[in-house]
Design a binder for this molecule. Structure first.
Ligand SMILES: [Zn+2]
Length: 263
């Protein structure tokens, strides 16, 4: 039997457990009589992850559900396979159901044509929808469902005691999940989601990528400040809500003023 490396009581993270970088963070929530996974990662690591779970002496038939935090390929490419192998249910936010069930290659980032990137995206049936305010029970534990749109429309986070599984909302270096109009990103929503996390009392943040860390509002505030600026910058195209430079320019053009290079 493989010794279980608990990160916190009832929480195992599979990269830490495997002592190697598998990909996205895969959290196993151990409720005693049953367990669940938050994200499963790429298709080619699903077998290894399930093998480690078996070797840690978890009963594979006690897997209550597989949760998709959202439908990005690096988080869920292997979820259909894991659902089949574990004979369990897949749960996601209603706005994630479409891309997951159709295997939408654009929405899931399985295909990025301009970068000649393409991986298969097996579609997966969603058995359960998770909405804001729902409570997931796993054995003796309770996870509160947070809908935190911004990175994608259906991004979920989960509060369990003093822990917040914050998905792609925030990472330890203050970076956030990709902002991209094609992907359903929304800057005002993203800022609201980050503001919600900053106001919460969670002591630790468990993101979908990289290290788990103690909540530090400076990390969150830095991201909020940056995203607030992005709302008025052309850098994120149609995700910006206004572009003051063009508004000023339009006024000049309409007034028939030519550029003044001495200003
Ligand atoms: Zn991600």
């Amino acid at each position: 039997m493989l010794p279980r490396k608990y990160l916190f009581p009832h929480v195992i993270e599979m990269n830490y457990q495997a002592c190697r970088r598998l990909g996205v963070n895969v959290y196993l929530i151990d409720g005693g009589s049953e367990w669940l996974l938050i994200d499963v990662g790429y298709l080619d690591t699903v077998g290894e992850i399930i093998d480690i779970i078996r070797k840690m002496d978890f009963n594979l038939s006690a897997c209550k559900m597989l949760i998709a935090t959202h439908a990005d390929a690096d988080h869920i490419q292997g979820i259909a396979r894991a659902r089949e192998l574990l004979k369990t249910k897949v749960a996601a936010h209603p706005l994630t159901v479409g891309p997951l069930e159709t295997g939408d290659e654009i929405m899931t980032y399985a295909t990025i044509k301009a970068q000649e990137f393409s991986i298969p995206m097996p579609p997966c049936k969603v058995d359960l929808v998770l909405n804001e305010g729902d409570t997931i029970r796993v054995g003796e534990l309770k996870l509160k469902v947070w809908h935190t749109p911004g990175h994608t429309a259906g991004q979920l986070a989960f509060k369990m005691g003093n822990l917040l599984f914050c998905g792609d909302n925030i990472y330890k270096d203050s970076c956030v999940g990709v902002i991209d109009a094609h992907h359903g990103s929304n800057l005002p929503d993203f800022i609201k989601s980050l503001s919600r996390i900053i106001k919460d009392d969670a002591e630790f943040l468990l993101p979908s990528h990289g290290p788990v860390f103690r909540r530090d509002n400076r990390i969150l505030q830095k991201a909020i400040d940056r995203l607030t600026q992005y709302q008025y910058m052309a850098d994120f195209g149609t995700c910006a809500i206004a572009w003051p430079l063009l508004d000023e320019w339009e006024k000049e053009v309409s007034a028939g003023r030519m550029p003044n290079f001495n200003k």
